[in-house]
Design a protein around this ligand. Structure first.
Ligand code: PMT
Length: 317
């Protein structure tokens, strides 16, 4: 049974294409991890956003997993503010740390063009009402950039995501217990193998479309056992039925033997999560007052996680 399961993981990797930028990605990961492990800094790999599953090789259509990237991008900022180096593996065009504070649709609204000066130059500036917020964000971003504390990597499809995740984990394993995984991405459970995929756009003239998707093997298993066994590993559990949320989180811990599951219900995820370990269940619920003050739940999640990561490190020494 175990041999068959292990084989299905190899089959999955063989049946999905390696992303175009894979080699460059690996070089960047190597450089980043070498720099920060030499400094003795803790490193967290955060995954964020949803994976897609293409229906055609020359992809026109795909199935998507829901995630805006708020959880991952906000958490990245709080880890950075606590001196972690962050590898941010995120879905192309989903929310990113710092830039998430600027609404893309209304980006143009925050700028103004001053009249041409004597040498016929146009000058841009930020409108007064946006200056305070933007300067706080920019200051934080510039100090993070100066120390090269944030490495951003992108994925779109499930295949891209898993190939990059595996490579990053294997490198992170050299860091030992100072490495953390914070798996907030929404990852597909189904896919179409390369060999079964239509090359060209599927034609509607052929009638209704019937799809048969194969199961994606749960990658948490090799991740915990083989890719990065020495790290502090946190997975997320998303459910729409609150009655099964905690029991499913416990089952995941029991099965994969990692350190924590952060459980969240789709509709309440911005105000309420539960941190589940093998022997504790810790709810985090924002009060009305905290919501009114604009406190983000990720700031509280990260504070709790930092304590648990420190405990984890101290038990290993
Ligand atoms: O981005 P936001 O809009 O803020 O939303 C945040 C979030 C709700 C997406 C996030 O908080 C969250 O819950 N992410 C995990 C969603 C998810 O994929 O849950 P799941 O129950 O399907 O999977 C559980 C775990 O198994 C995940 O950590 C996943 O990495 C892992 N998995 C999933 C599929 C797969 N084939 N292999 C895996 O290892």
């Amino acid at each position: 049974m175990e041999a068959k399961d292990c084989n299905s993981k190899h089959v999955f990797f063989n049946q999905t294409s390696i992303p175009d930028s894979f080699d460059e990605c690996c070089i960047e990961i190597d450089k980043f991890i070498n720099q920060h492990s030499t400094d003795g800094r803790k490193i967290v790999l955060i995954t964020s956003g949803g994976t897609t599953v293409p229906l055609e090789s020359r992809t026109v259509r795909f199935i998507d997993n829901f995630s805006s990237g708020t959880r991952g991008s906000a958490s990245a900022e709080y880890f950075l503010s606590h001196d972690y180096a962050v590898i941010f593996l995120h879905r192309h065009k989903s929310l990113e740390p710092f830039s998430r504070h600027i609404n893309r649709q209304h980006f143009i609204d925050i700028l103004q063009l001053t009249p041409e000066n004597e040498i016929m130059e146009f000058l841009f500036s930020v409108k007064d009402e946006h200056k305070e917020k933007l300067s706080v964000v920019l200051k934080q971003f510039q100090s993070i950039e100066k120390e090269n504390l944030l490495l951003k990597l992108e994925f779109t499809s499930l295949g891209d995501y898993l190939h990059i995740l595996k490579a990053a984990c294997e490198k992170l394993n050299t860091v030992g217990d100072k490495a953390m995984l914070y798996l907030a991405a929404a990852v597909s459970d189904f896919y179409i193998p390369k060999a079964d995929m239509s090359e060209h756009k599927i034609q509607s003239s052929n009638g209704p479309l019937e799809l048969k998707l194969q199961l994606v093997p749960k990658m948490l298993e090799p991740l915990v056992k083989d890719w990065v066994p020495s790290a502090f590993i946190i997975s997320f559990k998303l459910e729409t039925d609150k009655d099964i949320l905690i029991s499913k989180s416990r089952q995941a811990l029991d099965k994969y033997k990692h350190q924590l599951v952060i459980a969240n219900e789709l509709e309440k995820r911005k105000r309420e999560v539960t941190i589940v370990s093998t022997d504790t269940v810790t709810p985090i619920i924002l009060t009305e007052e905290e919501v009114r003050l604009g406190i983000e739940i990720e700031s509280i999640i990260v504070k709790e996680i930092l304590k648990l990561h420190d405990n984890f490190i101290s038990t290993k020494h």
